[in-house]
Design a protein around this ligand. Structure first.
Ligand SMILES: [Zn+2]
Ligand SMILES: [Zn+2]
Length: 233
């Protein structure tokens, strides 16, 4: 049995929903040189799980993780390694505790992206990981990412990067290097997220980041009218 160390490139923040052309994800992973992706939907684990299972069945070469980006009372929290919906709008500490009780891994994404982020409260949260490079934050001269690093570098979070891609070609603009032993499995990736075996990476800003920015700001929140204006991206 080999226990050779391997480094995987994984984007832990890839959105899938009806407005994302997620069918292209396997080919984008290849063109971007990534080994896998964490697939998320806002408050809808079932949808992310459905898409993930579809890719897992068809594409055995890459790692696909199903997760959810849940709205808490304090801001977004990402969960992986769970197998059920995480109820939204609870206090962030309760949400993180629930994820842990379910055997999952919690990530604090983009801690300083204004209204949808936990901000300084992250000091008190026992999440497994924090996103130090977020693709959307790159648009703001990377400032929210720099603030996250300055504020939380020494708080024991595993450090990850994720593109926050709502636009399929933005996958991999930020990603993580994940250290594992031997054969790549989903469980080993989750273990790495628990044990600080991850490092964030980001690519220089490009047109995919800009397209993603517009896609995010023009994507309506649940319950609002759908704006289809930016579908051609
Ligand atoms: Zn978010
Ligand atoms: Zn997101």
């Amino acid at each position: 049995m080999s226990s050779e160390k391997k480094h995987l490139a994984i984007d832990f923040h890839v959105h899938v929903d009806e407005r994302v052309k997620y069918q292209h994800i396997p080919s984008v992973l290849r063109s971007r040189g990534l080994d896998g992706a964490g697939l998320l939907a806002h408050n809808d684990f079932a949808f992310a799980k459905k898409v993930t299972e579809m890719f897992k069945a068809k594409d055995k070469e890459k790692i696909y993780l199903a997760g959810v980006e849940v709205d808490t009372a304090d801001g977004h929290i990402i969960a992986y390694g769970i197998n059920e919906e995480i109820p939204p709008n609870r206090p962030s500490e309760e949400t993180i505790e629930l994820i842990s009780d379910l055997g999952g891994v919690s990530i604090i994404p983009h801690p300083f992206m204004s209204h949808n982020s936990v901000g300084w409260k992250a000091y008190t949260l026992k999440a497994d990981a924090m996103e130090f490079y977020n693709g959307f934050a790159k648009i703001f001269l990377n400032f929210p990412n720099i603030m996250a690093k300055v504020a939380f570098k020494h708080n024991g979070f595993s450090e990850v990067g994720g593109s926050d891609a709502h636009h399929v070609h933005a996958i991999g603009t930020c990603y993580s290097i994940v250290e594992i032993d031997g054969e790549a499995t989903e469980e080993k990736v989750l273990e790495a997220l628990r044990n600080q075996k991850t490092q964030p990476r980001k690519k220089p800003i490009d047109q995919h980041d800009i397209a993603n920015f517009f896609k995010i700001i023009f994507t309506p929140k649940e319950g609002r009218k759908v704006v289809r204006f930016f579908d051609y991206f």
